[in-house]
Write a protein that binds this ligand. Structure first.
Ligand code: HEC
Length: 208
C-alpha cells in the first residue's frame, strides 16, 4: 500500500501545478482521495504506475489542465519518492495519536487566536494551499463535521484505515493528505492551536 501516499502527494502536487479555482482543486483532491478505496492500490507495483493513474485521473477530472501543467512535475517527484518506499504505512501511523499522548496545554483563547492565523498560512503546506483554501466558512466539510469527536470520517477511513478520528487526528490527516505536508509535532502549540480553532469552527458549522 506504499502507493497510496504517492498518489495523494501527486494529487497535491498536481493541484499545485494547476493553480485552479478552489472548487476544481477540491474536485481533484477528492478524486484522488476517494479513488484510493475503489481500485485497490496495493496492486500498483511502482510509482510509475501510480503516476500514470494520477495523470489519467487528472486528465479526466480537470479536463486537460492537469495534463498540461502538472505532468512534468509529478513525473520527477514520483520517481524520487519511489525509492523511499513504505512511506504510506509511516504516514498512516503518523496521523494517529501516539501512545500516552498529552496535547500541548495552553490558554484556549490564545490558542484559538494562533489557530486562526495558522488556518490561513500557506507555509504549512508543500503545495501552496492553506486550510482556508478549502475550508472558508462552511466549505469543504462533509456532514460528519457536525458529530462529536471521535467519529467516522470518509477520508480517514478510505485513505488511512481509521474507523474513527479525534479532531487533532483530523487536523493531521488534512496536513498530510490535501496539504501534502509532514504532520505537525504532536506536542506542538501549532497542533493545539489549529485543533482549538477547528473546535470553534465546528460550533459555527453546527449552528448554521
Ligand atoms: C485541498 C482541500 C483541503 C485542504 C487544503 C484542507 N482540507 Fe480539511 N478537508 C478536506 C476534505 C475534502 C474534507 C472532507 C473529508 C471527508 O469528509 O471525508 C475535509 C475535512 C476536514 C475536517 C472535518 C472532518 C469531519 O468530518 O469531522 C476538518 C476538521 C478539517 N478538514 C481540517 C483541516 C485543517 C485544519 C486543514 C489545514 C491544516 C485542512 N483541513 C486543509 C479538504 C481539505
Amino acid at each position: 500500500m506504499a502507493t497510496d501516499l504517492y498518489r495523494k502527494e501527486l494529487m497535491g502536487k498536481l493541484s499545485r501545478g494547476l493553480m485552479v479555482s478552489v472548487p476544481l482543486m477540491t474536485v481533484v483532491a477528492m478524486a484522488g482521495l476517494s479513488s484510493v478505496s475503489v481500485n485497490g492500490l496495493g496492486l500498483i507495483p511502482s510509482a510509475e504506475a501510480a503516476q500514470g493513474e494520477a495523470e489519467g485521473e487528472a486528465k479526466g477530472e480537470a479536463q486537460g489542465e492537469a495534463e498540461a501543467k502538472g505532468e512534468g512535475e509529478a513525473e520527477g517527484e514520483a520517481e524520487g519518492e519511489a525509492e523511499g518506499g513504505g512511506t504510506s504505512e509511516a504516514m498512516k501511523e503518523a496521523v494517529r495519536r501516539p501512545e500516552g499522548y498529552e496535547p500541548y496545554d495552553g490558554d484556549p483563547d490564545s490558542l484559538a487566536e494562533k489557530g486562526k492565523a495558522l488556518f490561513s498560512d500557506t507555509s504549512l503546506s508543500s503545495n501552496g494551499l492553506s486550510c482556508a483554501t478549502c475550508h472558508t466558512g462552511e466549505a469543504g466539510y462533509a456532514e460528519t463535521f457536525e458529530n462529536d469527536y471521535p467519529h467516522s470520517v470518509a477520508m480517514a477511513k478510505s485513505d488511512f484505515g481509521m474507523d474513527e478520528v479525534h479532531l487533532d487526528e483530523m487536523v493531521q490527516i488534512c496536513m498530510v493528505a490535501p496539504m501534502a505536508a509532514e504532520p505537525l509535532d504532536w506536542q506542538s502549540e501549532e497542533l493545539a492551536a489549529l485543533t482549538e480553532y477547528m473546535r470553534i469552527e465546528q460550533e459555527k458549522f453546527r449552528s448554521n
